[in-house]
Design a protein around this ligand. Sequence first.
Ligand code: FAD
Ligand code: NAD
Length: 478
Amino acid sequence: PADQAEPDPSKKTLVVLGTGWGSVSLLKKLDTTNYNVIVISPRNYFLFTPLLPSCTTGTIEHRSIMEPIRNFLRHKSTAVKYYEAEATKVDYENKVVHISDDSEIKGSTSQTSVPFDMLVVGVGAENATFGIPGVRENACFLKEVGDAQQIRKRIMDCCETATFKGQSPEEVRRLLHMVVVGGGPTGVEFAGELQDFFEHDLRKWIPEITNNFHVTLVEALPNVLPMFSKNLIDYTEQTFKEETIEIRTKTMVKNVTDTYIEAEFKDAEGNKVLEKIPYGLLVWATGNAVRPMVKDLMSQIPAQKDARRGLMVNEYLVVKGTENIWAVGDCAIANYAPTAQVASQEGAFLARLFNQMAKTEDIESKLGVLSEEQSTASGKEARDEVFGKIKDLQKRLRRVKQIGPFEYSHQGSLAYIGSEKAVADISWLTGNLATGGSLTYFFWRSAYLSMCFSTRNRILVITDWIKAKVFGRDTSRE
Ligand code: FAD
Ligand code: NAD
């Protein structure tokens, strides 16, 4: 009921920004009876990003990896408020967050502010473009559901346009050239999915494109997947070769137009060459950049003046220089890679911390009452009884306060590389297990399935996999 959601003045207000890996993992484990919890995010669902590359080709339908935030919040013991809005500014001094409803439908109020006692920033990161001209205007990214839908649409549009009556051979080659920039896991997984789409479905449905459909992966560094073991990098590059995906390493994209990219590399003599590479679809996956709202917050806190890649946090994930702001996930800099694994462990840690903090405050206030009782108690027996209670509570307090700093436990790295193969670097009892191939692919599938947010998501994903296998992927352009 609505009145249950009214803030309780005896409790602190905890505002959580974002509904991604970090924030949702915090909300999952948080005992919401201890705080007035308010969640603010422009996205009213959680997105299981590891399977997002599969949505670009229709192997998985995007709704199968989305979980409505309301669905999960309604199961919390105390009502949690959710506002579908973007936090435009955190006013650190005055402890308020300014928010704005940027969705299509706006009411007479679409901007307001929300005061907080405690704030968790889990807004993730935006796409890095390094200021390279033309990227924002012409490339597709792969971070959100809308990006995957746009890519899916464009793949089909390129194929249909390439088969348009009278299209010149040169234009056909351009339209069917699918260029992926960035050889990190996002770029590699997408390139693998796209080649699968072509091999399993497109070439059967549109045979005319068979000779010209071509995927190229461009990477500035000497190899792809730099975070994986050397033998898995070699395995990925070899598999791509067999799949006929071209890898252009040591090639840096410098400029993007609507029909070609300009990429720089060194020729055999060591001279820099700038090559124009025509494309039909361009997917840009060169990693993360700091969101403007996070940059603005950093500029308000003197201790963050040297921060570049995000909010610097201490070992308890407190934003350095503050006492009541915590940061999790891709917007926090705690010396870990910006991954879902890190974000979710950080969120779970904060939930434990906040649950313990509430218990501590509760015990401390009880102790205050008891020490007053002790001073007014008449008779030795009554005083001893109160004293005993105080001792018990003090013991509990010591136990509750014993929460160690955040420690990340790395479970391993997994990536799909196409043609039903995956690579995995798994932390094993005694060391590291680096494996690649079809068996790893089944491991990849079962691992991601088990990590899905809900049973509902799991069933939908399995159904999608079966549908794609039996009927092929859907090539209609929505
Ligand atoms: P996010 O999950 O990005 O969530 C950020 C949230 O903040 C969103 O809800 C967003 O709507 C909201 N938000 C944004 N701006 C504002 C604002 N101004 N105010 C309020 N809310 C805001 N990692 C792995 O470990 N394994 C994988 O297999 C893997 N695969 C990936 C595949 C892809 C295609 C991508 C893009 C990433 C993948 N990652 C993977 C990385 C992983 O998704 C991120 O590290 C993770 O999402 C970070 O979690 P987060 O909570 O910090 O941010
Ligand atoms: P990334 O930062 O891992 O890789 C980006 C790549 O782009 C880099 O290798 C960089 O050298 C290259 N690059 C940058 N500018 C370039 C240019 N102008 N021209 C050519 N190449 C250029 O980015 P990502 O793949 O988007 O991943 C982001 C984060 O999400 C990472 O932490 C990653 O581990 C995580 N993630 C994990 C998985 C997985 O575990 N399966 C999947 C996707 C993402």
